[in-house]
Design a protein around this ligand. Structure first.
Ligand SMILES: Cc1cc2nc3c(=O)[nH]c(=O)nc-3n(C[C@H](O)[C@H](O)[C@H](O)COP(=O)(O)O)c2cc1C
Length: 424
């Protein structure tokens, strides 16, 4: 090999080797005192509210906070699992961005939590279906944050019809790898919040694009149809209490218990085989689906059908042969007419949101009723339609399995292979 060519190869190998072996300092940032930044209430909400179900326990989303600090508006990125709160430099004026996004500028004590999706994290495991899971996971998170925030401040609201472009600019999400999903807004509870367990870091001088350089993540973005990007907005609506499921009666969520139910909630890994669910408990769990929540969406709900356990082999097959799900006592199908779903790109996003949000309410209802529950993303939609006798032109968006929790088993979808997605 020519010496010059060899030197080029050596330099290439050295760079590659460096990437393999040097993972760098996880957070080479100066500490930041979180006192007087107005972020404490948001941290208290996120601390509990982020404990949500997620396909494969991947949690492909992030939380950002805008609050009023002593010196104006402050922007933070919150990593709830690591309990790190990074102060960011806003990529544009927060006042202008919030106003453009139809959001009120927070007064002292008020804050917005921005839920941001990062589809790649789910799509690298589940392929295209990971995009659906990302949206459902984010709906769980947004609903959970809203409920926990309402326990602290009854005026808390959730908005989806915000100007996503303005908020993306505020966060500096230039490459489209992350997308703003929704915004939870609330005021302070007035109770003191202890931020001692959190690490505050000052990232205002860090390169905001440094973490967006993964070529695999860029490639993932290219398979998402640009039509699905939320670039232009449907007419904005004022948040008001609505029921997200089509149901005869809607009800107020029980006040003050959401936070407690969120702490108790978990996904069942195994149901007790052959044990029927008492009718009253099933009714209590499903009734939660029609809790009214203050959201800026039209009141068209997603349809909900309860399927009692019948032919165990058939229901297990409809759950992509996930054995543990065949022992459930009943299933909740969340579905809608296909045409309605594709009427407009916002209908698609908003209907998937309703599926995830109603799924979240069923989780909380089942927890209150003492029933085991798990969300199911690995399902065969047409098969479920046939089992439930539903019209063939409907699409099932999400399934929940309910039963007597056996408190044993392993959550197989947390394993690396995406076994229930027809991946072989
Ligand atoms: C969109 C979605 C799809 C899911 N799909 C399945 C599934 O097909 N099978 C299963 O056993 N669990 C499924 N789960 C449950 C997750 O495994 C569970 O939420 C995750 O392991 C975290 O556990 P936790 O809910 O107890 O916190 C799903 C959850 C969500 C939100």
């Amino acid at each position: 090999m020519q010496t010059e060519e060899k030197r080029g190869v050596d330099a290439g190998i050295a760079r590659f080797w460096h990437r393999l072996t040097d993972i760098g300092d996880p957070d080479p940032l100066p500490a930041h005192d979180l006192a007087d930044t107005g972020v404490a209430d948001a941290l208290a909400v996120i601390d509990v509210g982020h404990r949500t179900p997620s396909a494969g326990a991947i949690h492909p989303h992030e939380c950002y906070v805008v609050s009023r600090a002593g010196d104006g508006l402050a922007l933070f990125q919150v990593d709830a699992r690591a309990r790190i709160c990074r102060r960011l430099r806003a990529a544009r004026s927060p006042e202008l961005a919030l106003t453009a996004a139809n959001l009120p500028v927070p007064r002292p004590g008020e804050a917005h939590i921005l839920v941001v999706t990062r589809p790649w994290l789910s799509m690298r495991k589940y392929g295209h279906r990971g995009f659906l899971y990302t949206q459902i996971d984010a709906a769980h998170l947004a609903t959970s944050l809203l409920g926990v925030a309402r326990d602290r401040d009854p005026r808390a609201v959730l908005r989806l019809r915000v100007d996503h472009r303005a908020l993306s600019e505020l966060l500096g999400l230039g490459l489209g790898l992350r997308e703003v999903h929704s915004v939870v807004s609330f005021g302070s509870s007035g109770q003191p919040v202890d931020t001692d367990g959190w690490t505050g870091l000052d990232a205002r001088d860090a390169d905001p694009l440094a973490e967006f350089q993964n070529p695999l993540e860029l490639a993932c973005r290219t398979v998402i149809d640009p039509q699905l990007s939320l670039s232009d907005e449907p007419p904005s609506l004022t948040p008001r209490p609505i029921s997200l499921a089509t149901a005869a009666a809607s009800a107020e969520p029980p006040s003050g218990t959401w936070t407690e139910l969120t702490r108790l909630r978990k996904s069942s890994k195994q149901f007790r085989p052959g044990v029927a669910i008492p009718e009253s408990r099933l009714t209590q769990a499903v009734a939660a689906a029609s809790w009214r929540l203050p959201i800026d969406l039209p009141a068209d709900g997603i349809e909900l059908t309860v399927v009692p356990q019948g032919d165990r082999r058939a229901t297990m097959r409809a759950c992509m042969l996930q054995r543990h799900l065949g022992d459930a006592g009943a299933y909740v199908l969340l579905h809608t007419a296909h045409d309605e779903l594709l009427d407009h790109r916002h209908t698609l996003h908003e209907m998937i949101f309703r599926a995830g949000a109603v799924g979240h309410l069923v989780y909380l209802g089942a927890t209150a009723a003492g029933l085991g529950v798990t969300g199911v993303g690995g399902f065969d939609g047409p098969r479920w339609l046939r089992i439930a006798g539903l019209p063939a032109d409907h699409k099932v968006l999400y399934v929940l399995a309910l039963g007597q929790d056996d408190h044993t088993g392993t959550k197989l979808d947390r394993l690396q292979p995406a076994y229930a997605q027809a991946e072989r």
